[in-house]
Ligand binder design. Structure first.
Ligand code: NDP
Length: 485
C-alpha cells in the first residue's frame, strides 16, 4: 500500500530525516484494514542523545530572533499545511483510521490554525514596566528552553502543532514524541516547519514507546513537558517531571457530563450528543460520554438519537461519504468491547449498537446505553470509544451534583433554551472546557484543558504563552543603595 507524503525515515532531527534500524521496530497499522503500511524504529539512546543535543544547541539562537521573525516562520508553515491539506489528511486517515471527511476538515487545518495564531502572537510577546517611585521593575518574558511534547494517538497532527506552535513562538525548542500507534503525522509537521524556514534542531521528532518518553522527561536538559494522554500516564510523567522541578502541561482523559434539559431544542441536543460521543469513533478526550437527560424527554431523545445514528455512513475512511470509521487499533477496539460487555452485564439498557462490525479492520457499532446508573463502570471510567451512557435526572441540583461526582474535570456541556440556566449550570460544573448549546468546539483562540484529574495548564489561546515562557523580573534602583552596615 502506498500513501501520499510518506515520511522517509523514523525520526526528524536537526533539520533532516534520520534512521536507526537498531531501534525496536514499531509496525504502523492501517486501522481500516489491519494491514501494515509502514515500520518505524524506536529511538535508541544514540538517537535520543542526538535529538536532545541538537535542540539544546539550536534553542538559544532561535530565542535570539525577534518574535516577528519567529512568527513569520510559523505563519509560512501554516500556509504550507493548508496548501497540502489533502495529502496530510489522507496521511492522518492512514495513521488513525479517522474518516477523510473528518481529517480534511479538522486535523491539518486545526494544526495550521495553531501555527498561524501563535505565529501572529509571537511579535507582540512582551514583559511589563512597573514604576515604583523613582525606581522601577521591568519583566522579561523568556523562553523555558528545550520542551518535550508527548502525544496521544487520536489527533497526531493537531497535537504536534498545539504543542509546537506556542513553544516555538516563545523561543523554545520542541522535541516531540508521537504515540507509537500513530507515528507518521508529526514527521510531516517537522518537515513543513523546516521547509518554512525553521532552523535545524528547533522541532525534532523521535519515535518510541513510553520508555523513550520517560527518558526525555528525566533528562536535565529538558525544561518542560507537555503530555496528551491518559490519567495513569499523566501521573507518572508529572511525578517524573516534578523530580526535576520542570514545568508541565497535562492534557489528560475525561468522562465529561452533557446535561440536556427538557426545554432544549431536541435536534440540537441530539446533534451535540452525537458530536460529543461518536466523532472520531468516540476517541476524543473531551467527549460528553455521560449524557444526563431530563426524565420527561428521555424517550423522545433516545428515539431521535437512534434515528439519526442510523444515518451514519460506516465504511472505507478514504471514501468522502464515510462519516464513521474504525477504532485506531485492535487493542483499543478490544478495550471498548470489554466495556460494552460490562455495560450489558451491569444491566444497562442497550438501545443500539453493541457489537463489532463484520468487516476487515477494527470497526465497532455506534453504541448507546440508556438507564445507566451513576455507579456503573460505563458511567465512571473513560472508555475512549463510541459508547454513550444516557442517565436520567429530574432536577437541576441533582444533575449538577451527579455531573460533578467524578475524579475527571475536562469538559461539560448543557443544552437548554433558558439562557440564565445555561450560564448558572455551567458556572457550577467542575470542568475546564465547557459548552452551552454546543459540544466539542475547540477553536485555537479559546483555552483548552482540564481541571481535577483531567490535567494541569491550558493549551491554545493567549494563555498557552504562560505555559511556554516564564517571567524574569528586574528591579532597577535609580538612587544609592542604603545598606545597614
Ligand atoms: P497514553 O497515556 O497511553 O499515552 C500517551 C503518550 O504517553 C504516548 O505517546 C505514550 O507512548 C507516552 N507514554 C506512556 N508512558 C509513558 C511514560 N512513563 N513516560 C513518558 N511517556 C509515556 O494515552 P493514549 O495514547 O492511549 O491516548 C488516549 C488518552 O489520551 C485518553 O485518556 C485521552 O483522554 C487522552 N487525551 C487527552 C486529550 C486532552 O487534551 N486532554 C486529548 C487527546 C487524548 P506510547 O503510546 O508510544 O507507548
Amino acid at each position: 500500500m502506498t500513501y501520499p507524503t510518506q515520511p522517509t525515515a523514523s525520526h526528524f532531527i536537526d533539520g533532516t530525516y534520520v534512521e536507526d534500524t537498531n531501534g525496536t521496530p514499531i509496525a504502523v497499522i492501517y486501522p481500516a484494514s489491519g494491514e501494515q503500511i509502514a515500520t518505524v524504529y524506536a529511538a535508541t539512546p544514540k538517537i535520543v542523545e542526538q535529538a536532545l543535543a541538537s535542540a539544546k544547541r539550536a534553542q538559544k539562537h532561535w530565542a535570539a530572533l525577534s518574535g516577528t521573525e519567529r512568527g513569520r516562520v510559523l505563519r509560512r508553515a501554516a500556509d504550507i499545511m493548508r496548501e497540502r491539506n489533502h495529502d496530510l489528511s489522507v496521511l492522518e486517515t492512514y495513521d488513525t483510521g479517522k474518516p477523510y471527511q473528518e481529517t480534511i476538515a479538522v486535523d491539518a487545518t486545526s494544526g495550521a490554525d495553531a501555527l498561524e495564531y501563535f505565529g501572529g502572537l509571537a511579535g507582540s510577546l512582551t514583559g511589563e514596566h512597573i514604576q515604583l517611585g523613582e525606581d522601577w521593575v521591568y519583566t522579561r518574558r523568556e523562553p523555558l528552553g528545550v520542551c518535550v511534547g508527548i502525544g496521544a494517538w487520536n489527533y497526531p497532527t493537531q497535537i504536534a502543532c498545539w504543542k509546537g506552535a506556542p513553544a516555538l513562538a516563545c523561543g523554545n525548542a520542541m522535541l516531540f514524541k508521537p504515540s507509537e500507534t500513530t507515528p507518521l503525522c508529526a514527521l510531516k509537521v517537522a518537515e513543513i516547519l523546516h521547509e518554512a524556514g525553521l532552523p535545524a534542531g528547533i522541532y525534532n521528532v523521535i519515535q518510541g514507546l513510553g520508555e523513550v518518553g520517560a527518558s526525555l522527561v528525566s533528562d536535565p536538559r529538558v525544561a518542560k513537558v507537555s503530555l496528551t494522554g491518559s490519567v495513569p500516564t499523566g501521573k507518572k510523567v508529572y511525578a517524573a517531571a516534578a523530580a526535576g522541578m520542570k514545568h508541565v502541561t497535562m492534557e489528560l482523559g475525561g468522562k465529561s457530563p452533557l446535561l440536556i434539559f427538557d426545554d432544549a431544542d431536541l435536534d440540537n441536543a441530539v446533534g451535540g450528543a452525537i458530536l460529543g460521543n461518536f466523532y472520531s469513533s468516540g476517541q476524543v478526550c473531551s467527549n460528553g460520554t455521560r449524557v444526563f437527560v431530563q426524565k420527561g424527554i428521555k424517550e423522545a431523545f433516545l428515539k431521535r438519537l437512534t434515528e439519526r445514528l442510523a444515518n451514519a455512513v460506516i465504511g472505507d475512511p478514504l471514501d468522502e461519504a464515510t462519516s464513521f470509521g474504525p477504532m485506531v487499533s485492535e487493542r483499543q477496539m478490544n478495550i471498548v468491547l470489554d466495556y460494552i460487555e460490562q455495560g450489558k452485564a451491569e444491566g444497562a439498557r442497550l438501545v443500539t449498537g453493541g457489537e463489532r462490525i463484520d468487516r476487515e479492520g477494527f470497526y465497532l457499532q455506534p453504541t448507546v446505553f440508556a438507564d445507566v446508573k451513576d455507579d456503573m463502570v460505563i458511567a465512571r471510567e473513560e472508555i475512549f470509544g463510541p459508547v454513550m451512557a444516557v442517565l436520567d435526572f429530574e432536577t437541576e441540583e441533582d444533575a449538577i451534583a451527579r455531573a460533578n461526582a467524578t475524579e475527571f474535570g475536562l469538559s461539560a456541556g448543557v443544552f437548554t433554551s433558558d439562557l440564565s440556566r445555561g450560564h448558572r449550570v455551567i458556572a457550577q460544573l467542575e470542568a475546564g472546557s465547557c459548552f452551552i448549546n454546543s459540544y466539542n468546539d475547540a477553536p485555537v483562540e479559546a483555552p483548552f484543558g482540564g481541571t481535577k484529574m483531567s490535567g494541569v495548564g491550558r493549551e491554545n489561546s493567549k494563555d498557552a504563552i504562560n505555559n511556554y515562557s516564564e517571567l524574569k523580573s528586574v528591579y532597577v534602583r535609580m538612587g544609592d543603595v542604603e545598606a545597614p552596615y
